[in-house]
Design a protein around this ligand. Structure first.
Ligand SMILES: [Zn+2]
Length: 534
């Protein structure tokens, strides 16, 4: 295939030209220099991070007759054979192929033969996780006692599928995902050197489409360069790959942020005209909303992998939205992407998705409603002076008088709590029963029986009597009755009821709010909890 030319020409020739894996190059070079290279190496990491390239560079560094400081010449026949996979002493096995077992068996039979030339024989087993159990067993036998002239390099994208018996015999190297920025920079370098003209947005689109895999991005560059007479514009890339044009995506985001229905309507038309894949568009939109959130959280340097101009644009867009708004859009887009996967008419679903997102209420407006709920009639709850501040209670205490009833007892207990927390706590579960002459009867529900001894303690009652005297200006004899079913409401019970009533009123108001109902309908959501922000 002709478009492999660039990828082949620009494959890394030695450890220093390997992109983004310095930590691995350093360890391998040092190991070779100190003659302490392990016999079994496991290269793990995502696709396109340079595992196979590294294995070949390692093989060349060990076998090239012109090697200097473990930098192979990459020109001699030994190097060339390794590059194209025809070397007799560097054996590449594809773990994914059907003859994996046979290949490993053959390996077992031939591994002891010395290399035809040079000092080292290198086995590169790609996609090693695909080997069958019997192939793994055969491999294990060899790994248990590797011949001194052999290096095994196993590469995998799925290290969790490798048996621990194999893992324990390997030195493991974790290849890092190469950032899109690194791939883009490298690709730009290649384009410059190859005399290919390419716009930055076009370059980034290629990089994104290759998901940061170095080789894939180079193949694409080659392919599109040939298609567009070495002058690559964004339009050409979009045309070749059937991708979402970046401007469409950002237009969509802008329309959604400003809830501009007219713009969204026009945009849907444009998307359809451009022939963009609805699923891809929704997926890209989801990713861009995520980027918007990252920018909003100012985590740019750590998490962002975008060209500068897009970061700036996202920053600008993010100014008009709260993080909650972006979360809401993300949730909707996420659900939309899932719907689209199953959709028979993806365009229709995308249209509906964009309209729904456009009509979603902003969280800001929900907040305002919640903030105003104090004045809303549905939420008006009688607050008793139980809830008032200690200062108010003291005022109340001084003006104590009138008929003694349940409310008065609870107010007294509330006051007591601020004067003597322990006393207040002990009485918080008691309730007023009756007052006859100077005999005050209070009840204690059976469930709090454990408090009875403390409350009926003579010394305790005397002190409570003194407080009560101060509060009411009158001396009382206090009697405590244990009740199976409480005949009145204690301070605690009243407080709990008030809290529940308020909670219920808030819940009702939130549930009945038209905006919330719209969110519930559009997202198939339900209100899980209500938190008040202060
Ligand atoms: Zn060489």
């Amino acid at each position: 295939m002709s478009y492999q030319v660039i990828a082949r020409k620009w494959r890394p020739k030695n450890f220093s030209s390997l992109i983004g894996q310095d930590h691995i190059s350093t360890i391998l070079l040092n190991a070779m220099k100190s003659d302490r290279l392990a016999h079994a190496l496991l290269f793990t990491g995502p696709r396109g991070t340079g595992k196979t390239s590294t294995a070949r560079i390692l093989a060349k560094s060990l076998r090239c007759p012109n090697v200097k400081d473990f930098v192979p010449c990459d020109k001699c026949s030994t190097c060339e054979e390794i590059s194209v996979g025809s070397s007799i002493d560097v054996i590449e096995i594809d773990g994914a192929s059907n003859n994996g077992v046979d290949a490993i068996r053959e390996l077992r039979d031939t591994v002891h033969f010395l290399p035809t030339s040079g000092k080292w024989k290198v086995y590169i087993i790609d996609e090693v996780h695909m080997l069958t159990t019997s192939a793994f067993n055969a491999l294990l036998k060899t790994l248990e006692e590797p011949p001194p002239h052999v290096i095994f390099v196993m590469a995998t994208t799925e290290v969790q599928k490798i048996p621990t018996t194999i893992l324990s015999r390997c030195q493991r190297f974790d290849f890092r995902r190469i950032s899109l920025k690194q791939v883009a920079d490298h690709l730009q370098k290649i384009a410059d050197a190859e005399g290919i003209k390419i716009d930055p947005p076009a370059l980034w689109m290629i990089v994104r489409h290759s998901e940061g895999a170095m080789r894939d991005s180079q193949s694409l560059l080659d392919q599109i360069a040939n298609y567009s007479s070495r002058d690559i514009t964004l339009e050409k890339v979009v045309e070749v790959l059937g991708l979402t044009e970046r401007t469409l995506l950002n237009d969509a985001l802008r329309g959604l942020v400003s809830r501009d229905r007219g713009a969204i309507l026009k945009l849907v038309e444009k998307i359809i005209q451009s022939g963009a894949d609805a699923k891809v568009f929704a997926q890209d939109l989801l990713e861009q909303i995520r980027n918007l959130l990252v920018v909003k959280m100012e985590a740019v340097s750590a998490l962002m992998d975008l060209p500068e101009n897009e970061v700036e644009e996202l920053k600008e867009l993010g100014k008009n939205l709260s993080s909650e708004d972006i979360h809401l859009l993300f949730d909707m887009a996420f659900k939309g992407v899932n719907d689209l996967i199953r959709a028979q008419d993806p365009r229709l679903v995308l249209e509906m998705l964009l309209f729904r997102m456009c009509e979603a209420p902003t969280v800001q407006s929900l907040k305002e409603i919640l903030a105003n709920r104090g004045s809303a009639p549905a939420a008006s709850t009688q607050r008793t002076d139980i809830m008032s501040s200690p200062v108010a209670r003291t005022t109340h205490a001084r003006s104590g008088g009138g008929a003694f009833d349940s409310g008065k007892w609870n107010t007294f207990v509330g006051n007591l709590q601020s004067l003597n927390a322990l006393f207040g706590a002990k009485l918080a579960n008691t309730h007023f029963i009756s007052l006859k002459d100077d005999k005050l009867t209070i009840g204690l529900p059976k469930q709090h029986e454990f408090l009875l001894g403390q409350i009926t303690d003579a010394d305790f009652l005397k002190k409570v009597g003194n407080y009560l005297n101060t509060f009411m200006g009158k001396v009382f004899k206090i009697e405590v009755v244990l009740e199976e079913n409480a005949s009145g409401m204690s301070l605690k019970a009243t407080e709990e009821k008030t809290k529940n009533d308020e909670q219920k009123a808030t819940e009702e108001m939130v549930e009945n709010n038209p905006l919330i109902q719209s969110v519930k309908k559009h997202l198939n959501a339900k209100v899980q909890s209500i938190k008040e922000k202060r």
